[in-house]
Design a protein around this ligand. Structure first.
Ligand SMILES: Nc1ncnc2c1ncn2[C@@H]1O[C@H](COP(=O)(O)OP(=O)(O)OP(=O)(O)O)[C@@H](O)[C@H]1O
Ligand SMILES: [Mg+2]
Length: 229
């Protein structure tokens, strides 16, 4: 089965009492504590390379926030390999790209999910120029508007070392969480991703070590490191 149509159960939704869900809540708490006195509304998730768990972490973090009765939007800004519509079983006929080219308002493009307090903005049709769209003035204006409407906006992006999209977008977000598959990604590669983000002076809120342990039936562990500034 192609990965894009794989079932993507959301553990924080279906099993909120599990230790894994608890770990996502801890991630949420750590992020909250990392910015006590500042406004931290738009949080971007990225990683060095593909398949490290960005979208999974983004989804569960968004659900963990929604479970605290915050009004949350999850935005699929991975315009090249979008998955959020599969995760939430929604249509991707229109989404972020339609807003960025001026065809729709965000109110028209956002869809409610089955999870209380959580709305979804899917990626929309694949554009020829994803980086340009994400770098646009319209994208900045959109995030500003969304901040006025939501308590938290979680942004899923492509890998930093593969395309420039995440780096470009990070400058428009309040903070970035770097997801690292500790079983797969070498230290130098992770450091390179971090230095690319440091280069554009984004605030790295922390690092999630995601380690898919396939041998033990697909369970996994992660650990969160608070970011230095
Ligand atoms: N912690 C985890 N436990 C179990 N499965 C996981 C975990 N993290 C990721 N996966 C699985 O690994 C695959 C890749 O994860 P995901 O799509 O979240 O990564 P990604 O970094 O968003 O990938 P891409 O670069 O393709 O966007 C998915 O099938 C996902 O269900
Ligand atoms: Mg992804």
């Amino acid at each position: 089965m192609p990965r894009s149509t794989e079932k993507r159960p959301i553990i924080t939704d279906i099993n909120p009492k599990s230790p894994i869900s608890e770990a996502y809540r801890t991630l949420r708490t750590n992020i909250e504590f990392s910015a006590v006195d500042e406004q931290l509304k738009v949080i971007m998730l990225t990683s060095a390379g593909p398949g490290e768990g960005k979208s999974t972490t983004a989804t569960n973090l968004a659900v963990a926030y929604a479970q605290t009765n915050k009004k949350v939007l999850i935005m699929d800004a991975d315009l090249r390999k979008s998955t959020m519509h599969h995760t939430f079983l929604k249509t991707n006929r229109s989404g972020l790209t339609n807003i960025l080219v001026g065809q729709m308002t965000w109110e028209q493009a956002v869809q409610p999910t089955d999870i209380p307090n959580l709305d979804l903005l899917t990626a929309g049709p694949v554009p020829p120029n994803p980086s340009e769209l994400l770098a646009s003035q319209r994208m900045s204006a959109l995030l500003e508007e969304l901040k006025g409407h939501y308590d938290i906006v979680i942004v899923d992006t492509p890998p930093v070392l593969v395309v420039t999209d995440a780096q470009v977008l990070s400058t428009k977000c309040d903070g970035v969480v770097l997801v690292i598959d500790s079983g797969k990604v070498k230290r130098e590669v992770a450091m390179k991703a971090k230095s690319n983000l440091d280069h554009v002076k984004v605030r790295i809120l922390g690092v999630v070590l995601n380690n898919l342990d396939r041998k033990n039936g697909g369970s996994y562990y992660y650990y969160y490191y608070g970011g230095d500034r």
